[in-house]
Design a protein around this ligand. Structure first.
Ligand SMILES: NC(=O)c1ccc[n+]([C@@H]2O[C@H](COP(=O)([O-])OP(=O)(O)OC[C@H]3O[C@@H](n4cnc5c(N)ncnc54)[C@H](O)[C@@H]3O)[C@@H](O)[C@H]2O)c1
Length: 314
């Protein structure tokens, strides 16, 4: 089976793609390579913008994955106009031409940030979404656009992921657990901006598994799925990071608590993904820290701008 992965050279794609190659998929990537190319040599590369793809370009593929766009709030807020073009229009265009090219399935990288500020209830996919900030709105627009393309011959699966963390050859240190790990190792301290808000945390291993389950799901399956390894308050995440570091490295890390208002607070149920996609997460904050420690010598130039999306973008 031949797959085209838009944005496949990013943080998630750089971990997912070697796993797909191991399973004998043929993989091509279309990417602007904002953060370089850390992909295995066997991957076919189209160095271009999604908007320059044509229907003919997509005809060889059975499935198309969208992992592109501006992938966090700081980028989206720095350039709301680019955010809406790359996060809402690009997945809609790609889904539209994929369907015309008779691709069988389209998999869209959605985000739990579509939930916005919720009242501490566990949210499943049937609950209302209400983000009020550019990144969350655009991820929802992308999801809605591609969802309405579903028909008997065209499956669309949207994975609303929690915040991913763990090591990737295209490293990011601007993601919750990764950032805490960076400051814990660099400064022996973690700053928590608001300990009481909830976030679904997703290990990069579980995130990759979710995509594999989606690719391999029965062809009649379409839908929107929450994907997370676990729900935690940010204060708890910091405690789990500290205790995992203490256990593995015998290093003590202090905490600095602040009470900055946050417009994102949500926890999600992954029951639908378990029931429909057979997605059963095995990751945890502890396993993410273990994974980061194992590869730490590859990214311990902590302040390298390449590890921060917003620093590379501006
Ligand atoms: N990382 C997370 O915690 C997380 C959580 C939820 C959802 N997501 C979503 O998952 C996807 C992947 O996230 P990531 O962390 O791997 O992102 P990333 O920023 O590391 O990579 C994005 C890639 O997309 C490419 N790209 C962007 N716009 C493009 C365009 N128009 N044409 C071609 N290539 C383009 C960039 O060059 C980059 O290689 C994103 O859509 C993101 O919004 C990420």
């Amino acid at each position: 089976m031949r797959l085209l992965i838009a944005g496949g050279a990013g943080y998630l794609g750089s971990v997912l793609i070697p796993k797909l190659l191991e399973r004998s998929y043929k993989v091509d990537v279309v990417d602007l390579f904002w953060f370089g190319n850390h992909l295995p040599r066997q991957v076919g590369v189209l160095n271009k913008d999604i908007f320059h793809l044509t229907v003919e370009d997509l005809e060889p593929y059975s499935q198309v994955l969208f992992l592109a766009g501006l992938s966090n709030d700081p980028m989206a807020e720095y350039s709301p106009s680019k955010n809406f073009i790359f996060n809402a229009a690009a997945p809609a265009y790609l889904g539209y031409i994929a369907k015309l090219a008779k691709v069988k399935r389209y998999i869209y990288a959605s985000s739990c940030s579509v939930y916005g500020y919720t009242e501490n209830d566990l949210y499943d996919e049937s609950r209302p979404v209400s983000s009020s900030y550019p990144y969350g709105i655009s991820k929802l627009q992308g999801e809605q656009a591609v969802t309405q393309l579903v028909d008997d011959g065209f499956s669309v699966i949207s994975l609303r992921k929690g915040t991913i963390s763990g090591y990737s050859p295209r490293m990011r240190l601007d993601l919750i657990v990764n950032t805490m790990f960076k400051t814990a190792m660099r400064d022996r301290s973690i700053t928590v901006n608001n300990p009481s808000i909830w976030r679904p945390i997703l290990s990069i291993e579980d995130a990759s598994t979710a995509y594999i389950r989606a690719i391999e799901a029965n062809e009649g399956i379409s839908g929107v799925f929450n994907i997370a390894s676990g729900n935690h308050t940010v204060g708890e995440v910091a405690d789990l990071v500290r205790s995992a570091i203490r256990e593995r490295l015998d290093v003590r890390v202090s905490l600095e608590l602040k009470h900055v208002q946050d417009f994102r607070n949500y926890k999600v149920s992954v029951e639908k993904a378990a029931n429909v996609l057979s997605f059963h997460p095995t990751g945890s904050v502890k396993s993410i820290i273990g994974n980061l420690i194992d590869s730490m010598d590859k990214f311990n130039d902590w302040d390298n701008p390449a590890y921060s999306n917003i620093q590379m973008f501006i």
